[in-house]
Design a binder for this molecule. Structure first.
Ligand SMILES: Nc1ncnc2c1ncn2[C@@H]1O[C@H](COP(=O)(O)OP(=O)(O)OP(=O)(O)O)[C@@H](O)[C@H]1O
Ligand code: SF4
Ligand SMILES: [Mg+2]
Length: 303
């Protein structure tokens, strides 16, 4: 059984009279200790998916199974023990850190809420582990650099010893020179704590470095899923090929880079308005995600 098993997940936003499904029937699994990358261009629904899994925003339908228990129907006390097993690392840690709380308070509060003893010792150890000095404890978030602030955000996500972290673009707001340090830290923490990651990024290079398996998302759906080597050596979906066309050293079968903008056609394949291989069938039939090789699936009639 997978640690996380998401089935048929749907997340809707209402704008005026219109309902838009930002997540539109997503299935995915993350095994204990595994890093699953989630890629796709801006607006395809990556953050909405991550937040729905963590119950930060409501699901319209579907299941989020954590170790076999569907957590979507749970609330309050019934949800609490499941919720602490999954945490989020945000792109902009400032937005998730109360600016008036010292690092000590920020890190100790979740422990207090969950009735954990020995809080000072736990927090001090964790601070070392993410590469911050003890003197950080009495300082406020704004007194740190962007990279240090992300280390605080990571420490906060880890304080309750979760098994899964959803990392949503954790380095994309940071200077290039700082990014590698944070990625290495996440890789070390994964090994030390046996963590699993759902690692969201629009940067394919970052995902290539971090992920064991990669999911490619387009307009609310997973359109390709593969182990990282088979995705980079043999992408099967035209959208993935177009994304990889801009990555040095990746195989993309001569596909041109992505053209046009996200637009949702009313029928058929949702990528057809931008697909260089689209045929009549693509307008009539919506392709399902199907297995194309061992451990590799794609949602294209011709994959
Ligand atoms: N609170 C909201 N209300 C209405 N629509 C929203 C809301 N949040 C997101 N959306 C819409 O849902 C879609 C998916 O957005 P989401 O933020 O999940 O994408 P994303 O893949 O994370 O993009 P990015 O790479 O820019 O972070 C977009 O069309 C977006 O405009
Ligand atoms: S089903 Fe058709 S439009 Fe969709 S990705 Fe495949 S070839 Fe392109
Ligand atoms: Mg996002």
């Amino acid at each position: 059984m997978s640690l996380l098993d998401v089935q048929g997940l749907r997340t809707e936003y209402r704008s005026g009279k219109q309902i838009v499904a930002a997540v539109d029937g997503v299935d995915l699994t993350v095994a204990a200790g595994e890093t699953v990358g989630l890629v796709g261009e801006s607006g395809c629904g990556k953050s909405s998916l991550g937040k729905t899994v963590l119950r930060l925003i409501p699901a319209a339908s579907g299941r989020v199974m954590l170790d076999g228990t569907d957590i979507l129907p749970l609330n309050g006390r019934a949800l609490a023990p499941h919720r602490r097993r999954m945490q989020m690392v945000f792109q902009d840690p400032s937005a998730s850190l109360n600016p008036r709380q010292t690092v000590r308070t920020l890190l100790q509060t979740p422990l207090k809420v969950h009735g954990v003893a020995d809080r000072s010792a736990l927090v001090a150890t964790l601070l070392d582990r993410v590469g911050l000095e003890r003197t950080a404890l009495d300082r406020l978030p704004h007194e740190f650099s962007g990279g240090q602030r992300q280390r605080i955000g990571i420490a906060r996500a880890l304080v309750l010893r979760p098994e899964l972290l959803v990392c949503d673009e954790p380095v994309s707001a940071l200077d290039l020179s700082i990014q590698a340090g944070i990625l290495n830290l996440l890789a070390d923490l994964k090994r030390d704590f046996g963590l699993a990651y759902l690692f969201i990024s629009h940067d394919l290079g970052v995902v290539r470095y971090m992920a064991d398996r990669v999911l490619v998302m387009y307009l609310g759906r997973i359109v390709e899923s593969a182990g990282q080597a088979s995705l980079w050596q043999g992408p099967r979906h035209p959208y993935t090929r177009a994304l990889l066309a801009s990555v040095p050293g990746a195989t993309h079968g001569g596909a041109p880079p992505l053209r046009g903008e996200l637009a949702r056609p009313g029928t058929g394949c949702r990528f057809r308005t931008r697909c260089p291989q689209a045929e009549a069938r693509c307008a009539a039939e919506d392709p399902a995600l199907r297995t194309v090789a061992e451990g590799h699936s794609a949602a294209c009639h011709f994959a």
